[in-house]
Design a protein around this ligand. Structure first.
Ligand SMILES: Nc1ncnc2c1ncn2[C@@H]1O[C@H](COP(=O)(O)OP(=O)(O)O)[C@@H](O)[C@H]1O
Ligand SMILES: [Mg+2]
Length: 215
C-alpha cells in the first residue's frame, strides 16, 4: 500500500479493492498512551467514524462509499478530484457545501471539522470526508461551531453563499444563527477582557468552546 497522507491521528494508504482504487484510513498506535487505553481510543474512534459515514450516506450526503471496517481501519472509495482548499473556490461550491452541512445537521450529525480541507471537489460535485471528529448531536452550539469553522476558513463573500444556502435548508436556522452570534460575541468579549481564550462555561452542550482544528 502506498502512503497518501499522514495526519495527527491517522494515516491514509492507497490500495485496490476488486480492481477499484480505494483508500484505507488507519489509526496507528500512539506509543505514549497506555496500551489498553490506546487500543480503546483507536477502536471507538474508528467505529464512530465508520458509523457516521454510513449515517451521512443514508441522509443523502455525498460521502465515500464504505468498503469495509476493521478494528482500527476503514476502507473506503478513493474519491477523484481535488481538496476544495487546494482549488479556486466558487460561490456555487459554497452553496453546495452549505446544503450538505444542513443535510448533516438535519440528521443531527455534527462534522466537527467542516472546512475546505475536508471537502473533495470534482466537476460540479463535492464529497465530504474526515468524520474523525464527528458526533451525533442535536446541540445548536455544536452546529454553530461547524459553521464558524467554515466562516474562519473562507472569505466573507464565499461564506455568505455558504450560510445563505445552509440557513435556507436547515431545520433549526434561527436557533443555530442565534448561537453563532453568541459564540462570536463570547469570543470578542474574551479577546477584549481576558486575553487568549480560556475554557469557560457555556449554556447548552459543553463539547465545543473554541473552534481550532483544520486539516
Ligand atoms: N476517500 C478519500 N478519497 C480520496 N482522498 C482521501 C479520502 N480520504 C482521505 N483522503 C486524503 O487523505 C487526507 C487525510 O484524510 P482525512 O480523513 O482528512 O484525515 P486527517 O485530516 O484526520 O488526517 C485528505 O486530506 C485527503 O487528501
Ligand atoms: Mg482531514
Amino acid at each position: 500500500m502506498r502512503k497518501l497522507s499522514r495526519g495527527a491521528e491517522a494515516t491514509i494508504y492507497l490500495t485496490k479493492i476488486f480492481g477499484k482504487e480505494a483508500v484505507v484510513k488507519i489509526r496507528e498506535s500512539k506509543g505514549y498512551r497506555v496500551r489498553v487505553l490506546d487500543e480503546r481510543i483507536r477502536y471507538y474512534r474508528t467505529r464512530s467514524e465508520a458509523r457516521t459515514i454510513f449515517r451521512a450516506m443514508a441522509a443523502g450526503v455525498p460521502v465515500p462509499t464504505l468498503f469495509g471496517v476493521a478494528r482500527f481501519s476503514i476502507c473506503m472509495e478513493k474519491l477523484e478530484g481535488v481538496l476544495l482548499k487546494d482549488s479556486r473556490i466558487t460561490p456555487r461550491q459554497m452553496r453546495y457545501a452549505g446544503a450538505i452541512l444542513s443535510l448533516l445537521h438535519n440528521s443531527n450529525i455534527v462534522h466537527g471539522d467542516f472546512t475546505p480541507a475536508n471537502l473533495i471537489a470534482k466537476g460540479g460535485k463535492l464529497h465530504v470526508i474526515d468524520f474523525g471528529l464527528s458526533e451525533s448531536s442535536n446541540s445548536y452550539e455544536d452546529k454553530a461551531v461547524d459553521l464558524l469553522l467554515m466562516k474562519r476558513a473562507v472569505s466573507g463573500p464565499l461564506y455568505k453563499h455558504f450560510s445563505d444556502s445552509y440557513f435556507s435548508s436547515s431545520r433549526s436556522s434561527k436557533a443555530v444563527l442565534a448561537r453563532l452570534s453568541e459564540i462570536e460575541l463570547r469570543g470578542r468579549y474574551r479577546l477584549r477582557t481576558l486575553g487568549p481564550a480560556t475554557p469557560g462555561k457555556s449554556s447548552g452542550n459543553q463539547r465545543s468552546q473554541t473552534p481550532q482544528r483544520q486539516g
